[in-house]
Write a protein that binds this ligand. Structure first.
Ligand code: 13P
Ligand code: SF4
Length: 306
């Protein structure tokens, strides 16, 4: 059995040998964040993947994120260390459901969250992430378009309220944000830390977002915490983000929601990253007609992204 530092050394040897880069999402375990070459939100990582010049990307995150990287970087191999690292929110939408919605609303623009499968992205007009959803939805709202947004019902409800419009919504939700990030949990932290600035992810329910000082994705939270004059923050998202927030802002205080843990984000371990490099597994493979259509929707997002 190798110890932690031996595994880390092996990972770096294999990375060099294979010309591989490790991308990791902000919710990953601390030890994975430490070995990552780039850490970010789903938009940062998708963009980064397409700009790298390496041969192989080891993606430490969930399946749809690795798949987005593979769609945008067809010249690279993208490895997902644990194949079972899925996203239950992404499983809330199927391509058939979109086709049905399109049939019923032929004039609607279909905006799919990046937390969807490639097959779903292929049926959408454009993709968005927590970092650009409001800008992309506003773009179509300004054009007086009928909008269908899927699959996250909470982000859709928030956008409806912010823009004063009605969106064709989906009944999908993220169990971490929808179940564990409750109004009571945030209110009790606010009572305990009345001076703390509240940052909430748009996947949280509307009654939580109404308590927030800023509704932003994980990348937005990293930027805001670094640039703000506030000294303490309540972090209403998956608690893995707090490791990075504390590391980058050692003089500031961050208060997390105790039960907000994404089990799928935690299945990736140092050993699984080493296995991925050693055994060259699990390579994301895409069916080209689907990948090409999904790429078109992702590229449209990049074009509209602020
Ligand atoms: P971000 O793009 O804000 O990092 O969100 C990804 C995600 O899965 C949130 O649950
Ligand atoms: Fe999916 Fe929720 Fe986990 Fe994000 S936190 S990866 S939306 S299950």
């Amino acid at each position: 059995m190798m110890n932690k530092s031996e595994i880390v050394n092996e990972i770096s040897k294999y990375k060099q040998k294979l010309n591989a880069v490790i991308l990791a999402h902000n919710y990953q375990r601390p030890e994975i964040q430490e070995i990552a070459d780039y850490l970010g939100d789903s938009l940062d990582l998708a963009k980064k993947a397409s700009h790298l010049s390496c041969k192989t990307i080891v993606f430490c995150g969930v399946h749809f994120m690795a798949e987005s990287a593979a769609i945008l970087s067809p010249d690279k191999d993208v490895l997902l260390p644990v194949l079972e690292a899925g996203c239950p929110l992404a499983d809330c939408a199927t391509p058939e459901m979109i086709l049905e919605t399109r049939k019923r609303n032929p004039d609607a623009v279909i905006v799919a969250y990046i937390n969807t499968t490639a097959a779903v992205k292929a049926e959408a007009d454009v993709i968005c992430t927590s970092a650009n959803a409001m800008a992309i939805l506003k773009h179509y709202c300004d054009q007086q378009k009928k909008i269908c947004y899927l699959p996250d019902k909470n982000l859709a409800a928030y956008a409806e309220k912010q823009m004063g419009i009605s969106i064709i919504k989906w009944p999908g939700q993220c169990y971490v944000h929808d179940t564990h990030i409750t109004k009571d949990a945030v209110q009790s932290l606010k009572q305990k830390y009345p001076d703390a600035f509240v940052m909430a992810h748009p996947e949280a329910p509307l009654n939580v977002l109404e308590l927030a000082d800023a509704v932003i994705g994980t990348g937005g939270m990293i930027k805001l915490a670094g640039s703000s004059d506030h000294k303490s923050f309540i972090v209403a998202t998956e608690k893995g983000l707090v490791y990075r927030l504390r590391k980058e802002n050692p003089k500031k205080q961050f208060y997390e929601i105790e039960n907000a843990i994404c089990a799928q984000m935690k299945v990736t371990t140092l050993q699984s990253v080493l296995n991925a490099l050693k055994n060259y597994q699990h390579k994301i493979t895409l069916q080209e007609p689907i990948a090409a259509r999904a790429r078109k929707a992702l590229n449209k997002m990049l074009l509209l992204s602020p």
